[in-house]
Ligand binder design. Sequence first.
Ligand SMILES: Cc1cc2nc3c(=O)[nH]c(=O)nc-3n(C[C@H](O)[C@H](O)[C@H](O)COP(=O)(O)OP(=O)(O)OC[C@H]3O[C@@H](n4cnc5c(N)ncnc54)[C@H](O)[C@@H]3O)c2cc1C
Length: 330
Amino acid sequence: VSGGAGFDAEFVGAAGPPLRPLDPGRRYDALVLGAGPAGLCAALYLLRKGLATGLLAQGVGGQLSRSAAVENYLGVGLVDGAALAERFRVQVAALGPDAGLDLEATAVERDGAGFLVRAGGTAYRGRAVVAATGKRPRTLGAAGEQRLAGRGVAYCAICDAPLYRDRVVGVVGGGNTGLESAIDLAKLAPRVHLFQDLDRLTGDVVLERRLREFPNVEVHLDTRVVEVLGEERVRGVRVRTGPGGAESEVALEGVFVAIGLAPNSEPFRGLLPLDQRGQIEVDAACRTAVPGLFAAGDVTNVPYKQAIVAAGEGAKAALSAADWLLRREG
Ligand SMILES: Cc1cc2nc3c(=O)[nH]c(=O)nc-3n(C[C@H](O)[C@H](O)[C@H](O)COP(=O)(O)OP(=O)(O)OC[C@H]3O[C@@H](n4cnc5c(N)ncnc54)[C@H](O)[C@@H]3O)c2cc1C
């Protein structure tokens, strides 16, 4: 089993010819939105069907790129998530899709019998669309949070923990992501405050046990962060604790928000119904309520948000799209 960034070094970097940019003058058979495991696997299947495929995403790899250690993707052993995503990308790139990999889709609309995807001030056309836009970290909605994002407020411990070496930090959230973030940070920071608004932690017992091994972690239960304090940079948080709701301040140089994920379904609002979590509803073949619009991976209501599930759903969405394209005219 190979691990870390050294995974399959010969394969990584073997990118082949540069990708052709997406062409606004072309009507693609299928536009795939998102280049995480779901979108890349969908593109792979569509391209192998010989369909004119455009890949549009805000970046490659999606959430997988933020995982330092993936050990449950069949066939690859322990691997750095970014290295695994790079492997996906190279495999798809070799089939020559048109691609815009730094484009945010802002709206998806009907366009006659097909679809129009608005991104970066341009519109791209597809007879079918595969939505694979995944999820993003949820925000707290606390005062000061937005203003100080990137200036002490962070959403990914795997990405940003090293920037907080030797600094007192906070983690908001007592589920798996919060516990993992606090464990990562406890190895670097002199003190880590973990805030959880419930009376117990809700992550896996094994993670909680590991967390308790760090003497520099202080867990604040029943404690809600109501404001992030600071002018230019974070200097602390104001919290409300217990049933009485007493308020106090905790001095911090960084605060990691780890309270779950929200689906990137905004571009599809108005076009199709979303479930109460904002996820796109799909049937067993990844069809949505709109003919020609398919969806896969974490943005959908399919349970178990995992890379291998997303990739499998991407394959299903592509095959459904190919079937649908085969049976219709225009
Ligand atoms: C820290 C962390 C660790 C994880 N560890 C594991 C693990 O060990 N094993 C495992 O199986 N799973 C793991 N997961 C879960 C796994 O990463 C996800 O289930 C998987 O990445 C979902 O794939 P996806 O393609 O559906 O969405 P995502 O990976 O979220 O990809 C979404 C794609 O859509 C793009 N996008 C989003 N909005 C837009 C827009 N408006 N316009 C254009 N593009 C857009 C993004 O840029 C990205 O390319 C982890 C997740 C995290 C956050």
